[in-house]
Design a protein around this ligand. Structure first.
Ligand SMILES: Nc1ncnc2c1ncn2[C@@H]1O[C@H](COP(=O)(O)OP(=O)(O)OP(=O)(O)O)[C@@H](O)[C@H]1O
Ligand SMILES: [Mg+2]
Length: 317
């Protein structure tokens, strides 16, 4: 982090981009050299090879070109490092790294006031799952709230942000997320689910089907007396999708564990495993048997789950 020791620039954001205090941005390809997806080693994919910000927080206009090597951003506090990461986070569906209101991101004078330019835009070239793609995203000023984000892929408007997930899968872990390590399992499962989406886009649908059935069953049990056939149908759905969700999480965890075991470097190697009732079943029996077991436990646990509130005693989500 040598750049952090450099004397602060009068305009830190400008310094970060112009590299007046070299090396604010390390690992960058020199100059404007463009790296084509074909030139990248497949093992190094995915990569963001070019990133242009317009009216994005402190940046009126900023552009960096990079290759598939890791990039380290250094600079004084307030230089705009996290702003850059936030811009990259908009290359995935969702509300971005800071979960900020989109209007808040438009560039303003220090201290606030009216926007100094237009609505913010992030444009990138990525080498992703479908080779090189040009991704554009920004705040849609035509929406009533001004809080909608539009997305273009290779120049064509995408119907929804989920189009982004076909090209890139992004995961971040920021200091604000430290509760992930302290709070209960729900937040950790949600984090793991983001990792799983990257491998298997169907995972999101499975999770939401399971959760819908779980909520519906909880409502029936709470409001009682419930129709046993209706409850049985919901429990079938929970068993089928719940085990599929748990199996997908287990599969990705095992792949990550293998990757960690192969890691070579100065840090101790991490071991990863899932530790839960359903995970134990999946380690010891076929998925169909685990489905039967979950169905049986759900049926047997109706009274207890009705007393307890929302979640079944044994549940993978
Ligand atoms: N909408 C906006 N318009 C203009 N400037 C903004 C806007 N939002 C944030 N900023 C500016 O961005 C700067 C913060 O940038 P950022 O959070 O990226 O800094 P950083 O380099 O990550 O700093 P640190 O080392 O403290 O984490 C602040 O100076 C802030 O004034
Ligand atoms: Mg920061």
């Amino acid at each position: 982090m040598r750049g952090a020791l450099a004397k602060p620039a009068s305009d830190p954001a400008e310094a970060l981009v112009s590299r007046a205090f070299d090396p604010y941005i390390e690992g960058m390809a020199q100059g404007e050299a463009q790296v084509r997806a074909d030139d990248l080693d497949a093992a190094q994919l995915p990569a963001v090879t070019s990133l242009t910000l317009t009216d994005f927080r402190g940046y009126a206009m900023a552009r960096i070109a990079a290759d598939a090597r890791p990039v380290v951003l250094t600079g004084p506090n307030g230089a705009g490092k996290t702003n850059f990461l936030e811009a990259i986070s908009f290359l995935a569906p969702g509300r971005g790294l800071r979960r900020a209101r989109l209007t808040e991101i438009d560039r303003r004078a220090p201290g606030g006031g009216a926007p100094l330019g237009g609505a913010w835009v992030v444009a990138a070239k990525v080498a992703g799952a479908h080779g090189e793609a040009r991704i554009g995203t920004g705040r849609d000023t035509t929406s009533d709230s001004g809080e909608r984000r539009q997305v273009r892929v290779d120049g064509a408007p995408a119907r929804s942000q989920t189009a982004l997930a076909e090209h890139l899968s992004l995961v971040w872990l920021t200091p604000q997320m430290d509760r992930l390590f302290l709070d209960g399992g729900t937040a950790r499962r949600r984090f793991l689910d983001r990792l799983v989406y990257g491998f298997d886009p169907q995972h999101a649908a499975r999770v939401s089907t399971y959760e819908r059935a779980m909520r519906e069953r909880a409502r029936l049990l709470r409001d009682g007396p419930a129709d046993p056939a209706w409850l049985g149908a919901l429990e079938d759905r929970m068993a089928e999708h719940g085990i599929a969700v748990a199996a997908a999480r287990r599969e990705v965890t095992m792949r990550l564990d293998e990757a960690c075991a192969d890691a070579d470097g100065p840090f101790p190697r991490a071991r990863l495993a899932l530790d839960g009732t359903v995970d134990e079943w999946l380690a010891g029996m076929p998925a169909l048997a685990a489905e039967d077991e979950l169905r049986r436990r759900l049926a047997a646990g109706r009274r207890a789950d009705g007393d307890a509130g929302t979640c079944p005693r044994t549940h993978p989500s």
